[in-house]
Design a protein around this ligand. Structure first.
Ligand code: HEM
Length: 158
C-alpha cells in the first residue's frame, strides 16, 4: 500500500517539479541541515546542563528558557523541508527503515522536551531539586538527538 502511495505521489506535478528543477533538492537539504545545526547545538547545551557536565554556572531553568524556543522555532522548518524532500523522493524515504526510526525517535524526544519545559514552567527549581532524573532525561535526550541525526544521514545509504 505504501509503495502504491509512493508511486502515485512521485507522479504528481509537484513531485515531478521537485525532481526535475535541479536546485530545489540541494537548496531544501541546505535549509534542513542549517536547522539541524540549530536544534543539535541548542539541545546539546541543555542536555549537558541537565547531565551536570556543562553550563553549571547557569540555572537549569535559565537554560530551558534560553534554548528550547530555538528548537520549537527550527522543528517546523525541518518538518516543512523534510516533507518537500519526501514529496520529491517518496520511495527513498517512506520505505526506508532509517527514516522510520528517525521519525519515531523524533516523536519521543519531542514529548520529552515538552515534559522538561512544562515541569520547568510550573516550578523553576523542579530539575535542580531532582538531579538524578535531570541527568537521566538529559542523557536519553542527547542519545536520541544523535540517533536522529545519524538516521537522517544514513537514509541515503539504505
Ligand atoms: C521534523 C521532521 C523531519 C523530517 C520530516 C525529516 C525528513 C528528512 C528527509 C526526507 C531527509 C532526506 C534524506 C535523504 O533522502 O537522504 C532528511 C535528511 C536529513 N535529516 Fe531530517 N527530517 C526531520 C527532522 C530532522 C531532525 C530533527 C534532524 C536532526 C536533528 C534531522 C537530520 C537530518 C540529516 C542529518 C539529514 C541528512 C542530510 C543530508 O545528508 O543531506 N532531520 N530529513
Amino acid at each position: 500500500m505504501i509503495q502504491s502511495f509512493c508511486d502515485w505521489l512521485s507522479s504528481t506535478a509537484l513531485s515531478l517539479t521537485i525532481q526535475t528543477v535541479r536546485w530545489i533538492i540541494p537548496a531544501v537539504q541546505t535549509v534542513h541541515i542549517l536547522c539541524v545545526s540549530i536544534v543539535m547545538s541548542s539541545m546539546a547545551m541543555l542536555d549537558l546542563r541537565l547531565l551536570g557536565v556543562a553550563g553549571t554556572n547557569q540555572a537549569v531553568s535559565r537554560m530551558v528558557s534560553r534554548f528550547v524556543p530555538w528548537v520549537w522555532g527550527a522543528l517546523p522548518v525541518l518538518l516543512t523541508t523534510g516533507i518537500i524532500l519526501i514529496i520529491g523522493e517518496p520511495s527513498r524515504e517512506l520505505l526506508n527503515p532509517y527514516f522510520r526510526a528517525k521519525m519515531a525517535m523524533l516523536a519521543t524526544v519531542t514529548v520529552m522536551t515538552l515534559f522538561v519545559q512544562r515541569k520547568n514552567a510550573k516550578d523553576a527549581g523542579y530539575w535542580e531539586a531532582r538531579r538524578a532524573a535531570a541527568a537521566l532525561i538529559g542523557l536519553a535526550s542527547l542519545l536520541l538527538w544523535v540517533g536522529i541525526l545519524s538516521a537522517g544521514r544514513w537514509i541515503a545509504y539504505y
